[in-house]
Write a new protein. Structure first.
Length: 331
């Protein structure tokens, strides 16, 4: 019953997003938008390359987090699992089912408790890096860009608010998120856990791995953190490349600052409207509105998001294909 209700809600928000996207295309002149997409042309492969590098570097960060003594997986195994999970996250609201999918793919190649601990660490470190970069964009624009200050300050304020969940996440990890979750499940009526004591022991082991990672393997921690911050630069570079194709008469430096701010806005929309699968429609509408507030053509923001939507479809296809190939290889 609950799963059926969840699917119904997902379909509802998906259709709502598609309706919003269709309305935007009709309201803002679909023919001109098509011309803008054609205008991107040969810039698109370079933007897609930036996206690919971002995935590959994030995968390397995950591999660094995993204890080598608990793993026999190669980099390509991590890449297939990460990209497949990335595709699942893009297709489902909340962006969490992909973590389960990654764990299933890596099962048998990495110790089970190590898989869970590494994914928890990766998720937190990645969220921390993303949150810091959502602050960098507005701050850089306030200091260096000639953009409406009120709009930039609003984005900065929202980005600061989204730092609260990061702090709470850090506290939960320090207190032991895994064993507290098992304890909570054991207290829910009608939920019967098989071997609750054994499950609690595994949860405590996972929490210990999470807490000890930075001190036990400081070099791996530093490499993973540096890589995750560099990933954010590649994400900004992707937006920058697309904007260079769409916006004329602007210096590349100013476009780079605009790319930082646009990436901040896109990330805030993704967090705030995570219940919309793939942020269908709301990502395009949000960027169009942002560019309008900045005194620019909203068609530019919409076209940019459509280019990224095309990239996302290709990326999801690659991830799903990798997932299928891994499944066939296991069989």
């Amino acid at each position: 019953m609950a799963s059926r209700l969840g699917r119904t809600i997902n379909v509802f928000f998906m259709m709502l997003g598609i309706g919003l996207l269709v309305w935007l295309l009709l309201h803002l002149d679909a023919e001109e938008i098509a011309d803008r997409l054609i205008q991107v042309g040969w810039y698109f492969p370079f933007a897609f390359l930036a996206y690919t590098f971002a995935n590959m570097i994030t995968t390397y960060s995950w591999k660094e987090i995993v204890d080598p003594s608990q793993s026999k997986a190669r980099y390509r195994d991590f890449l297939a699992a990460f990209w497949a999970g990335h595709a699942v996250n893009a297709l489902t609201p909340g962006g969490s089912l992909g973590e389960v999918f990654r764990g299933n793919i890596m099962r048998g190649k990495v110790n089970g408790e190590e898989i869970v601990a590494s994914l928890m660490i990766l998720y937190f470190m990645n969220t921390l890096a993303v949150n810091l970069f959502t602050l960098v964009g507005p701050l850089a624009c306030l200091l260096l860009a000639d953009l409406p200050v009120d709009v930039v300050l609003i984005l900065f304020g929202i980005a600061v608010l989204f730092f609260v969940p990061v702090i709470l996440m850090f506290i939960m990890l320090r207190l032991g998120a895994a064993h507290k979750l098992v304890w909570l499940l054991s207290r829910i009526p009608f939920v019967k856990l098989k071997d609750p004591d054994g499950l609690m022991d595994k949860a405590r082991s996972i929490d210990q791995k999470v807490r000890n990672f930075r001190k036990a393997r400081p070099r791996a921690f530093a490499r993973a953190l540096v890589c995750l911050f560099s990933v954010r630069l590649f994400q900004v570079a992707e937006v920058w490349i697309v904007l260079m194709a769409l916006v004329s008469g602007q210096e590349s430096g100013q476009l780079l600052l605009l790319a930082f701010l646009t990436q901040t806005a896109s990330q805030l929309i993704a967090w705030g409207l995570a219940f919309v699968p793939g942020q269908m429609g709301v990502a395009e509408g949000g960027s169009a509105l942002l560019f309008k507030w900045l005194g620019m053509d909203p068609l530019t923001g919409l076209s940019m998001e459509l280019v990224r939507r095309i990239r996302k479809v290709i990326g999801i296809s690659i991830g799903l294909l990798l997932g299928v190939l891994v499944g066939l290889r296991k069989r």
